[in-house]
Design a protein around this ligand. Structure first.
Ligand code: HEM
Length: 417
């Protein structure tokens, strides 16, 4: 039943840690409220309907520039911890070390447009195709390292290291400078703690690592300036916008976005595919007809989106889904709920690998912020699942996977045969 507070309908807490790993429960809870409702706890509008979410993603009146959504997740935090959280998550390390550097994910057009234009060419299908042998090579090396083990923990064995290693290649980070720093979560030891809001000490430790992380990026900036090549990093340090070079603070913020935006999400997607294909008894069918795999990956993206929600802030007053949203208010768009809206998807709680059309929102949809890295993520999933199916045709999942936070499995044990 929908409760009305003042003039706003309120609904359930869709960020409740008890819901982590249960997208079907998120949809059930979302059905208790209208598709656009107010959360007093998060002090944000929550959007769970497909048409409403779709409309937002294409509409620049829903701003990213003022995006403070993560600082809204504050209920368990002391003022000091809140400050650390702000430093850590608001626009990357913006307030920590990056001297007002912001990535394109916290810019609105027209400021956003030239940055996107600079990066876009590196994410076209023909560019991504050049990386396919590299992805194959990384997957082979990681799997070969398991030797003759008949049981492995898959997340740390392949799903996580693959995008971490590939990130260094995509950006063009020299091998000698890659050690450890290329993965921010590993650098700050936040892989299993992010977004749980649980431990102030974790935030403090992570924030304390900021200058060191920043200094590592600066080493690459110097190396790339001295010897630019055809890669993303060189382009960021040599490009000009309005006749001026991109400030180092912004380069750092872009690198931080590309790193944090590409690793956790792709890790989640790869782990989810292995788990769901086994869980829903479709592993053998896909293995025997690998042409089904791309659609099956899309269904995994719809069913359990690796980025479960994104945020916006209202740039103007406007009506959405029967509610009046006011300038400055935060909006959280729940892909995990919208991807199961019966107005768009028939039988949304069924995992249907031949679902067509499957216009899930998991990479955003259209709009100026549509995920740049989607072709990489799809290829990483395609190549790693194909290789697992070829090498371990009868693979089994052992027990239930574990979740450390809202972003995919932290542990997925497999029996290899
Ligand atoms: C399964 C994997 C991935 C998922 C689910 C995902 C999801 C998303 C989503 C939902 C957005 C849009 C955010 C918004 O509209 O607020 C986004 C943006 C972005 N993603 Fe991804 N992503 C994935 C992988 C990657 C990879 C591999 C890269 C880079 C190598 C990447 C780079 C980016 C960038 C640069 C943006 C910002 C685009 C802009 O603001 O113009 N992503 N991603």
């Amino acid at each position: 039943m929908t409760i009305q507070i003042a003039d706003k309908p309120v609904g359930p807490d869709l960020l409740d840690p008890k819901l982590h790993g249960h997208p079907e429960m998120i949809r059930q809870r979302a059905d208790e409220a209208p598709p656009v409702f107010w959360s007093e706890k998060w002090r944000a509008w929550c959007v769970t309907g497909y048409p409403e979410a779709f409309a937002i993603l294409k509409d620049s009146r829903f701003s990213l520039e003022y995006n403070m959504r993560k600082t809204e997740q504050t209920q368990d935090l002391s003022p000091e911890a809140l400050e650390l959280r702000r430093e850590l998550y608001c626009g990357g390390l913006t307030h920590l070390n990056f001297d007002q550097g912001r990535s394109l994910l916290v810019m609105d057009p027209p400021e956003h447009t030239p940055y996107r234009r600079i990066l876009q060419p590196f994410f076209l299908d023909r560019e991504v195709a050049k990386f396919l042998p590299i992805i194959h090579g990384i997957v082979d090396r990681l799997i070969n390292a398991w030797g003759t083990s008949d049981e492995i923990e898959f997340m740390n064995g392949l799903a996580y290291p693959l995008p971490v290693i590939l990130f260094g290649d995509i950006l063009g980070i020299p091998q000698e400078l890659r050690h450890k720093f290329i993965d921010y979560d590993a650098f700050t030891n936040t892989r299993n703690t992010k977004s749980t809001l649980a431990n102030v000490e974790d935030y403090r430790k992570a924030a304390a690592q900021g200058p060191a992380y920043s200094a590592k990026i600066d080493e690459v900036i110097s190396a790339k300036r001295a010897c630019p090549m055809h890669d993303i990093f060189s382009t960021l340090v040599t490009a000009q916008i309005d006749g001026k070079p991109i400030p180092d603070a912004r380069v750092r913020a872009m690198v931080y976005l590309l790193n944090t935006g590409s690793v956790t999400t792709t890790t989640t997607l790869i782990g989810n595919c292995i788990y769901y294909f086994r869980h829903f008894g479709i592993w053998d069918r896909i293995r025997d007809n690998l042409d089904l795999l791309p659609q099956a990956i899309e269904e995994s993206l719809r069913f359990d989106p690796p980025a479960p929600y994104v945020g916006r802030e209202m740039a103007v007053d406007m009506e959405l889904g029967g509610q009046m949203l006011k300038k400055g208010e935060t909006v959280l768009i729940f892909f995990n709920a919208a991807n199961r809206d019966v107005r768009e998807f028939s039988d949304p709680s069924e995992f249907q690998i031949e679902r067509s059309p499957n216009r899930h929102l998991s990479f955003g949809f259209g709009g100026s912020h549509f995920c740049l890295g989607a072709p990489f993520a799809r290829q990483e999933a395609l190549i790693s699942v194909t290789e697992m199916m070829k090498r371990y045709p009868n693979l089994e999942v052992i027990g239930e996977p574990e979740h450390a936070n809202a972003f995919g499995f932290s542990k997925l044990m497999l029996k290899l045969h």
